[in-house]
Design a binder for this molecule. Structure first.
Ligand code: NAD
Length: 385
């Protein structure tokens, strides 16, 4: 049985450690801060109690799972671990220091992984003496409930390490998609227009956030509208991911951050966690959904076509297979349908026409049609037979 170490006992580290223990592993959870370890212990215990109350397992099994988790305050305790998953704060220098330290403690065969959402896995691998043992294993929040895991090999990662990671994480009852090491990997890249285009529509005063949310729920079939979701994620977090992807894509206008959202962050209107974001969560009064003369389908289609265009670009650049792209968006962010399946349903011709119409109106690079869609339309192809 492999021994797993998790570095960083925050929201993600605690969840990943719990998932590994639930899969039968002995787990070492290390954090540099004692209060973080205490919080992690409490969070895991209450999560296990909740799962036991839902009959996911017995109280005895729950105790056994908790008994397999060791909370450690010295990094040296992770010696002998076969896989180390780092989940500390998203800071490249802090992470690099951790990897150098980890490599000096664990054996030569241990796999070292990062749960980073936005940093280059290849850039992190570089600090290791054996960079071929390094890989990105990107869980979604909360790791215990979210089935999807993105596996991101660095340029240096050996195929053996890729296969070991895929085999191991699959055995943890997770569904794996493999992504090229590029900004935002699959989900955080392809989802950008869900927020970005909705913000653009609101900034142009075409419709109010509450109306756009309604369009995406009612016409698009999404569980949450973009503004509700940004408030849920936290506008600070969401804006920072957008900024990172935008900068890492050399300021491609498709990923451009929004002044409207930046202002909310400046005001401290971070969303649910601060009581106010696009919506006011402190108010007892329910604000009616702002009406608009614009057709709901027109608004939903504009956001959906931008998502499809992004998914098509990701496929065109080999970020992942079409199956993994569709799986990632349905499991990672609960989209009602895979975007490439959606493109087939809408008709590839129609997708090209919609992108070209946006481009004709705005004359902005942001609205350029994916070359793959255009080629497919010309040869009357679909993504799926
Ligand atoms: N929160 C999410 O939705 C999410 C989803 C996927 C991936 N991630 C990624 O996972 C990582 C962790 O995110 P999080 O949300 O759990 O953060 P968090 O702030 O909840 O936890 C970070 C933990 O790391 C600890 N830490 C900081 N510096 C450390 C160090 N030098 N050594 C040891 N421990 C240290 C902190 O004490 C804290 O407990 C980040 O890279 C983030 O990008 C986050």
């Amino acid at each position: 049985m492999k021994r797993i170490a998790v570095i960083g006992a925050g929201a993600m580290g605690s969840g990943i450690g719990q998932v590994a223990a639930m899969a039968g592993h002995e787990v070492m959870i290390f954090d540099a801060y004692p209060n973080a370890i205490e919080k992690s212990r409490d969070a895991i215990l209450s999560s296990l109690n909740r799962l036991a109350a839902k009959n996911k397992f017995t109280d005895q099994e729950s105790k056994a799972i908790f008994g397999r988790i060791y909370f450690v305050d010295k990094m040296e305790s992770i010696t002998g671990c076969d896989l180390v998953i780092e989940a500390i704060i998203e800071d490249v220098d802090e992470k690099r220091k951790i990897f150098e330290q980890v490599e000096s403690i664990v054996g030569d065969d241990a796999i070292i992984a990062t749960n980073t959402s936005s940093l280059s896995v290849t850039g992190l691998a570089k600090v290791l003496k054996k960079p071929d043992r390094f890989i990105g294993i990107h869980f979604f929040n909360p790791p215990v409930l979210m089935k999807l895991v993105e596996i991101i090999p660095a340029l240096q990662t050996s195929e053996e390490v890729v296969q070991s990671a895929i085999g191991l994480i699959t055995s943890w009852d997770k569904i794996i998609v493999k992504a090229k090491d590029t900004p935002g990997f699959i989900v955080n890249r392809i989802a950008r227009p869900f927020y970005g285009e909705a913000l653009r529509i609101a900034e142009e005063q075409i419709a109010e956030p509450s109306f756009i949310d309604q369009c995406m729920r009612e016409v698009g079939g999404f569980k949450m509208g973009p503004f509700e979701l940004m408030d849920f994620i936290g506008n600070d977090i969401n804006e920072s991911v957008t900024r990172t992807v935008w900068a890492a894509m050399y300021f491609d206008s498709r990923y451009k951050p929004s002044v409207m959202q930046a202002n909310l962050v400046r005001a401290g209107w971070l969303g649910r966690k601060s009581g106010r974001g696009f919506y006011n969560y402190n108010s007892e009064i329910t604000v009616p959904i702002a009406e608009s003369k614009i057709d709901k389908k027109e608004i939903a289609d504009r956001i959906i076509i931008m998502l499809i265009n992004e998914a098509s670009e990701a496929l065109h650049y080999g970020i992942a297979t079409k199956e993994d792209i569709d799986l990632a968006m349905t499991l990672g962010v609960n989209y009602p349908l895979g975007l490439l399946k959606w493109a087939d349903q809408m008709g590839i011709d129609n997708c090209v026409r919609q992108m070209d119409t946006l481009f004709d109106v705005y004359h902005e690079e942001r609205y350029r049609c994916s070359v793959l869609l255009r080629k497919m339309a010309a040869s009357k192809q679909t993504f799926y037979a």
